[in-house]
Design a protein around this ligand. Structure first.
Ligand code: ATP
Ligand code: MG
Length: 190
C-alpha cells in the first residue's frame, strides 16, 4: 500500500486490514513516498511520514513498513518500486497494490500505467455507490487485474486532518493515538 501518509489515518489502516483478510495476504507492506512528484509542495519530511507509519502499524503482526521510496532521492514512481519489489520476491509471488478509489482515476496519469498493472494486481477500496465498473472499463490492461474491495466507508483524509490540526480541531480517534502524539510533539501541520 503506497501513499504519502501525511499523516497515516484509520482509513488507510482499515483498507489495509480488510485487504489482508479478503485477499488472504501474508503481509501488507506500507510504502511511504519519498518526494511525491504529484504533490511536491508542502509535504512533511519523509522521515516524519515514515515514523508515523511505523507507529500506526507496529501492533499488527502482518503489517510492515518499507523505506524503499523514502531512501530514494528524487521523484518516485510506483512502476519503479514495483520492479524493485518484484526483483526481491520469490518467483510467482502474488503482488497486489492496495489503494482507494482515487487510484483508479489517477492511474492513467502515472508513469507506465499498463506496466503497473502487469507487475501488480490492483485492489481498490470502494464505497457502495462508487461506479467501479465504469472506471475500470476505461483502464487499459485492467481486465482481471483490478479488484473491487468493499470497506466500511471512513470519511477521513490526510488533507482534512492537516486542516483540522491547523485550526486547532481534534484529530483524536481519526488517527491512532501514537500518531496524534507524534504530530503534537513534532508540531506538524501548524
Ligand atoms: P490526501 O488527503 O493528502 O490526498 P489521503 O488521505 O488520500 O491524503 P494518501 O496518503 O494520499 O492519503 O492515500 C494513500 C492511499 O490510501 C490512496 O490510495 C488513497 O486512495 C487511500 N485512502 C486514503 N484515505 C482513505 C480512506 N478514508 N479509506 C480508504 N482508502 C483511503
Ligand atoms: Mg489522497
Amino acid at each position: 500500500m503506497g501513499g504519502t501518509f501525511d499523516p497515516i489515518h484509520h482509513g488507510h489502516l482499515v483498507a489495509a486490514e480488510e485487504a489482508r483478510w479478503q485477499f488472504e495476504l501474508d503481509q501488507v507492506l506500507f510504502i511511504p513516498t519519498g518526494q511525491p512528484w504529484q504533490k511536491p509542495v508542502g509535504v512533511s519530511p519523509a522521515e516524519d511520514r515514515y515514523l508515523m507509519t511505523v507507529i500506526a502499524t507496529t501492533s499488527n503482526p502482518a503489517f510492515a513498513v518499507s523505506r524503499i521510496e523514502v531512501d530514494n532521492p528524487g521523484p518516485t514512481y510506483t512502476v519503479d518500486t514495483l520492479h524493485r519489489l518484484r526483483a526481491e520476491l520469490p518467483d510467482g509471488t502474488r503482488l497486489l497494490f492496495i489503494g482507494g478509489a482515487d487510484v483508479v482515476q489517477q492511474l492513467p496519469t502515472w508513469k507506465e500505467p499498463e506496466q503497473v498493472l502487469a507487475l501488480a494486481e490492483l485492489v481498490v477500496a470502494t464505497r457502495p455507490e462508487f461506479d467501479f465498473d465504469g472506471l475500470v472499463q476505461t483502464l487499459p490492461g485492467a481486465a482481471g487485474r483490478v479488484h473491487r474491495m468493499e470497506i466500511p466507508a471512513l470519511d477521513i483524509s490526510s488533507h482534512d486532518l492537516r486542516a483540522r490540526v491547523a485550526r486547532g480541531a481534534p484529530i483524536e480517534y481519526l488517527v491512532p493515538e501514537g500518531v496524534a502524539r507524534y504530530i503534537q510533539k513534532r508540531e506538524l501541520y501548524r
